[in-house]
Write a protein that binds this ligand. Structure first.
Ligand code: GLC
Length: 544
């Protein structure tokens, strides 16, 4: 461990201090907790080993020998990854405040990859927290909070107070010898896209920091309390909405270009849900905090119901939609959103296994985007937006459709890609998002950490180990690219940066999670037992 420059620290999960809705605080003291949790993960994975043979007959016991044998030995790639991660660190007046999106010396086309992106910093932050280095995370949270307070405009339009930046950079004045921060809230971003996910990631990271360090003093400061409330006031305001999901513009999250990811995209809904629950565990019930807590609780209730019922797709559900009647009026409607069965794309019928399911990409009036999105589904598992059965089904699908979703490089950002006429109309002829490239079905190594977290949460670490093996066979050799192209993810992406920081950090987080599964507490939430089980959609109207 020493030679890798790692500090041998375990998880600092301080579950007893601030917690999710349903954990039994009194029973848990820290050291015992770690042992008990580890044991339960191991037990679950052992029982999974005997239970889950993939439908294609590929047993999970087929995990390549290397990973089975060496899974707890540090891989030489880890030392390289730590070095590369440290090279990406950004300092403000001597203090570490984040990591650059990429440190690629092979290209002059820097664009904004020399900035600290909020979403990109999350895996870096988790890696640092898991390694016992919490300072950089604390400074990042505080600096971005200060930036939230600044005035933000796009031309003459003033943006909402709660908006968190997409990214920021530290600019150094060599004459005055001072640093100052310059943020981007979308006003200089390509396409002027709004970073809706930034605020959610900020809240999720604040909880991860608190959970990992046990330091309640940060989240309890009036500044952090206010920051959370400002973010949430943007999403909890009353309006014309008829759905509890959050209505969004295209390109407002990881997929920050036109890709038909607008309306009610799964990634935002899952992050919204997770941020609401994280905020609930940190908000103080004083003054306007109480009101905010009440709003969150009500929204969570409605959001959970909506997502678990209307976004869920499995074989049975697909068959039901296929047989839907349309133009139904009144409360008795079964096809509430008037989805046209003819809009179901052909590929779904072949893709859907008998066992397995997933949250679809989007649901709105006469609109169901049947594409599978990795981030939304993994975050749904981590946050317990998915019920335990749904979580298992998502993992079943992943195992069953391994070639399509994982292929030779984990993990497809979405499946399938858009081609031809559809690509022209939906992306606006975007040459970066051609089929099986970048956001359009490209393979993103960063998603490994979310996949691994989902695997550990569902007690199926062997799936993550298979994915880690694939990454270890190439990522370092290819200089840590941002993304891969092709149906199987075989080719380094057309315009992929090298030494992309979140590809590096994502790998480290995945490895550390596998090594010590108790780290999962930082980025997962237990099921909210207050939520009623999923009921049939036709029964959702109150029966009097
Ligand atoms: C690309 C990605 C975006 C990421 C940024 C920096 O724009 O689409 O998700 O935050 O690069 O890596």
């Amino acid at each position: 461990m020493e030679s890798l420059g790692l500090r041998a620290v375990g998880s600092h999960c301080s579950l007893s201090e601030m917690d999710d809705l349903d954990l039994n605080r009194a029973l848990l003291d820290r050291p015992r907790l770690k042992i008990e949790r580890k044991r339960s993960f191991d037990e679950r994975s052992m029982s999974e080993l005997s239970r889950h043979d993939s439908p294609r007959g590929r047993s999970v016991l087929d995990t390549p020998l290397s990973s089975a044998r060496n899974s707890f030995e540090p891989h030489p790639m880890m030392a390289e990854a730590w070095e590369a991660l440290r090279r990406s660190m950004v300092f403000f007046r001597g203090l570490p405040v984040g990591t650059l999106a990429a440190v690629d010396n092979t290209t002059d086309e820097v664009l904004n990859y020399d900035q600290v992106f909020v979403r990109d910093f999350v895996p870096s932050a988790l890696a640092f927290l898991m390694n016992g280095e919490s300072d950089i995370v604390k400074h990042f949270l505080l600096k971005t909070l200060q930036l939230q307070d600044s005035e933000k405009r796009v031309d003459r339009f003033k943006l909402g107070k709660g908006v968190m930046p997409a990214s920021f950079k530290v600019s150094h004045d060599p004459i005055r010898e001072t640093d100052h921060l310059v943020a981007d809230f979308g006003e200089t971003a390509i396409g002027r896209v709004a970073p809706v996910d930034s605020g959610f990631w900020w809240i999720i990271l604040l909880r991860a920091y608190t959970k990992s360090t046990g330091d309640l003093t940060l989240s309890e400061t009036p500044e952090c309390q206010k920051g959370m409330k400002l973010i949430l006031s943007l999403c909890l305001a009353e309006g014309f909405d008829t759905f509890p999901t959050l209505l969004c513009a295209d390109g407002c999250s990881m997929i920050d270009r036109r890709m038909g990811v607008y309306g009610y995209p799964i990634e935002i809904q899952a992050l919204f849900y997770m941020a609401l629950r994280c905020a609930l565990s940190m908000l103080k019930p004083d003054g306007d905090g109480r009101e905010c807590i009440e709003k969150i609780t009500k929204r969570l209730h409605a959001l959970t119901f909506h997502m678990r019922n209307y976004f869920w797709l499995d074989y049975q559900q697909l068959n039901d939609i296929y047989r839907y009647k349309t133009e139904e009026y009144s409360h008795t409607a079964v096809n509430k959103f008037n989805v046209m069965p003819d809009s179901i794309p052909d590929w779904v019928f072949d893709f859907m296994p008998l066992r397995g399911g997933y949250f679809v990409g989007n649901v709105g009036p006469a609109h169901m985007d049947f594409r599978w999105f990795a981030l939304g589904n993994c975050v749904s598992i981590m946050s317990s937006l998915a019920t335990p059965d749904q979580s298992m089904a998502i993992m079943d699908l992943l195992e069953h459709r391994w070639d399509e979703l994982v292929g030779e490089m984990p993990l497809k950002i979405c499946y399938p890609c858009l081609e031809g006429h559809e690509w022209r109309i939906v992306t606006g002829c975007d040459p970066k998002n051609t089929r099986w490239s970048y956001h359009n079905g490209g393979s993103w190594p960063v998603l490994l950490w979310q996949l691994t977290a989902a695997c550990i949460k569902t007690g199926r670490p062997q799936i993550a180990r298979r994915a880690v093996d694939l990454i270890e066979s190439r990522l370092h050799r290819d200089c840590w690219p941002e993304y891969y192209d092709g149906k199987l993810g075989r080719y380094v992406g057309k315009q992929a940066r090298k030494y992309q920081t979140w590809s590096i950090a994502g790998y480290l987080v995945a490895k550390m999670l596998l090594e010590d599964p108790s780290h999962i507490g930082m980025i997962s939430l237990e099921e909210d037992k207050l939520m009623k089980p999923v009921i049939k959609r036709s029964a959702s109207w109150p029966q009097l």
